[in-house]
Design a protein around this ligand. Sequence first.
Ligand SMILES: *Cc1c(COP(=O)(O)O)cnc(C)c1O
Length: 494
Amino acid sequence: MSGQSQRGINFTEGEIFGRGAPDREGYTPPRSGLPAIDPESALPAGTLRGQLEGFPSLSEPEVTRHYTRMSQWNFAVDLNFYPLGSCTMKYNPRINEAVARIGGFTTLHPMAPQEQAQGTLQVIDDLEKWLCQISGMDAATLQPAAGAQGELVGLLMIRAALTARGNPRKKVLLPDSSHGTNPASAVYCGYEAVTLPSGPDGRVDMAQLDRLMDDETAALMVTNPNTLGIFESDIIQISKLVHDRGGFIYCDGANLNAFLGKARFGDMGVDVAHVNLHKTFSTPHGGGGPGSGPVVVKQELAPYLPFPVVAQGDDGAYSLEYDRPQSVGRAHGFFGNTGVLLRAAAYILSMGPQGLAQVAEAAVVNANYIRARLGDHYHIPYPGRCMHELVITDKLQSEYGVSTLDIAKALIDRGFHPPTIYFPTITRGAMMIEPTETESLETLDSFCEAMIEIADLAKADPESIKAAPVTTVRTRLDEATAARRPQLRCSLCG
Ligand SMILES: *Cc1c(COP(=O)(O)O)cnc(C)c1O
């Protein structure tokens, strides 16, 4: 067993219904001094305390403990290693949280006049410039609330530019390794999504690109490094071929971790890209919380950016420009998810250019370290070094009836979050491991030892791996039923 096995207290916790006692209640403010509202007439019939059949009456500590206990069933990046490929689950420094909570930002009313919002507007303007510097692009919008929305905004800009050229097109090319949001965005934007088969080494196949890139194709949506963790080393030739045939290059830059301070989309011929602040730029994410997927563009696409755009006048004051006749429109209310923008700005400032370059170095070294340590124990489908993440498979373990899913569950017993599994779909039994830069050698080693132990047990005692997890509150779920027929209602609701 690795030193990271779960030994904490795991509370079992049932439903809150059927607990408490009829007259028990949490804090009730004294009525004196409050306007005289008659609860009987203010609330719908039958909803007063004691009238709802089966609705529990609980004290404040009972409620607090119920939810806090359940919260402890969650795995978090603050607990241990979380190598969920493509999600960049790095540790998020607390300084970012402190900055995002500064009162001047948090208490700014969204409708405050521009003169009173100068600080926030300055952060937006600065962050746009920093993201342009980092990516080698010319202009940015911080409005999109997620990578997927950034993709849509970027494709809408491409569509607007092609329409302005008098040459609207119908298709978007997507490598078969691309993230599921890419084809979804293309279709949502009104394009036909055409799959570009990858070459045997996992990269874009130039011959296939040459065959499929025609004068009805608006863009190639490419991910670099791609979702297999491989650098698209032909990217300059790829961009040239697509440009020569009148198309645009959309780069999915959700994971910029390998490129920070090292390589820039703008130098690769990319016309538009999105960058996930909640991945590379260190905002806690997962569970559907707020994110941010800014879009960076080359000059040709700048007129189509969502409005309003922040501009700085000669007097140094910031203002919002609404007069943008070619804009694709608004992508988000007000300024986007400002709290995420503040965290990203704090992160960039605290790291500095050299710190960001070190992030890329450590992220790539960490992934290659795991690759080297696991190479004798797991099948690695693509040769050569990887970038910020690596893909392995269950090919060797499947001989003993142990699958990627079993390996993922066995990792939970050893205190680790599993990697992304069964993605990219072009790799059978894929496990996509992204360590990020924030992990120590000790953590990487204990993860590798857990993986090696699982590989050994897969051979020596496969049933023990197939029974995992055994240390969690909920053990192996029936995943198909959970996905197809989830029971989301409490017993009170029937
Ligand atoms: C995470 C990710 C996305 C989608 O980003 P969201 O913010 O989840 O919408 C798109 N592409 C890649 C490669 C990603 O890793």
